[in-house]
Design a protein around this ligand. Structure first.
Ligand SMILES: Nc1nc2c(ncn2[C@@H]2O[C@H](COP(=O)(O)OP(=O)(O)OP(=O)(O)O)[C@@H](O)[C@H]2O)c(=O)[nH]1
Ligand SMILES: [Mg+2]
Length: 330
């Protein structure tokens, strides 16, 4: 944060953070631009304000053309699952999105580069999983739309910067901001508890990024000590590529989904694109997504998979496994 920011500027910035509509945001940004001291130290910040103003003006123009209000925090789920990346400023959320998908988010060492959610599709084996990059969370910066984004997602990946010794506070800030709107992040090893009515619990895992930087090993140890018995912690470095490929499988596993393939009688299975279902789904759940008529017509099915005899006949309640090939008989 550049020095010598005036109280007027800080008040305008506070107004911006509290603003809900595009109109209010624009008004506050104009005020920020008008009150910011003009010297070398604020050059980057001024450029950033200008960029935000023109982006919002563009958005306003677009929505007045279509006449529709666009909720940037409502992103249609695509393919096998929706994963929201959350984290403090600069932890590498956008870098991870860029590394795992073909999306091209802005990446910068300036804090709060990302201003709105951005989705991208991550390939894993023969399926795709949707990842969503988001604006940073800190004790002084929380976009309200993030709550609904988290509530609608399947899982959350918290991206922390493990070269930063304040990473425990960063994680706590995120949990506190979400819990203020009755949304709880739950780790893989957390004990099962009943939450009060209205509270939504979302499975979360932690990605400790920037393992290439000094101090990372020590901070990672502290993180593991404090949170390792509750959350799965996966160290990575976007810089060196350490842990990045494994991260695809880690995310797939956390989604707790299975892939099931179809087979028409007398033909080889269709291995081109599987159906995806929640772990624990039955033959009837699968039949219903293949075709709604199967819900009534299904007589039996045959399955080829890891834990069954090849081509064994199964009933409607049979629980399917990842990789099963199923031949439906109406
Ligand atoms: N050394 C190192 N730098 C990294 C790594 N990952 C990201 N960075 C750098 O960290 C800075 C911030 O990265 P971003 O991906 O923009 O971080 P972000 O979390 O999206 O930041 P905001 O959008 O501002 O919240 C950039 O300069 C990146 O190049 C890493 O693994 N190691
Ligand atoms: Mg970003």
């Amino acid at each position: 944060m550049p020095a010598n920011l005036t109280p007027d500027y800080l008040a305008a910035e506070a107004k911006f953070r509290a603003a809900e509509s595009t109109e209010e945001k624009l008004e506050a940004l104009d005020e920020m631009y008008a009150t910011i001291p003009k010297h070398k130290g604020t050059e980057k910040l001024r450029a950033d304000i200008k960029r935000r103003i023109s982006k919002l003006r563009e958005k306003e123009k677009q929505s007045s053309k279509t006449g529709k209000h666009v909720d940037l925090y409502h992103i249609e789920r695509q393919d096998a699952g929706q994963v929201v990346l959350l984290g403090p400023p600069n932890s590498g959320k956008s870098s991870i999105l860029a590394q795992l998908t073909s999306a091209e988010p802005e990446i910068d060492d300036y804090p709060i580069t990302t201003r709105e959610p951005m989705p991208g599709m991550m390939e894993f084996d023969d399926i795709s999983i949707q990842l969503i990059d988001t604006p940073a969370i800190s004790h002084e910066h929380f976009e309200r739309g993030l709550t609904s984004l988290v509530r609608n997602a399947d899982i959350v990946v918290v991206v922390l910067d493990c070269s930063n010794y304040e990473l425990l506070d960063h994680f706590e800030d995120i949990r506190v901001e979400l819990s203020n709107s009755r949304t709880v992040l739950v780790g893989e090893y957390a004990p099962e508890v009943d939450y009060p009515a209205g509270t939504v619990a979302r499975r979360a895992l932690v990605v400790a990024n920037k393992t290439d930087l000094p101090g990372a090993v020590e901070n990672l140890d502290v993180l593991r000590e404090c949170y390792g018995n509750e959350f799965a912690i996966h160290p990575v470095s976007v810089e060196t590529g350490e842990g990045i490929d494994d991260l695809r499988r880690v995310i797939f596993d956390a989604l707790e989904i299975i892939r099931v393939y179809t087979k028409v009688p007398g033909k080889p299975p269709d291995m081109s694109r599987p159906f995806t279902l929640k772990k624990g789904s039955t033959l009837l759940d699968f039949a219903a997504i293949v075709h709604k008529d199967f819900v009534h017509n299904l007589r039996y099915a045959r399955v080829w998979g890891k834990n069954v005899l090849e081509g064994a006949q199964i009933g409607r309640d049979h629980v399917l496994e990842d990789g099963d090939v199923v031949e439906l008989h109406a």
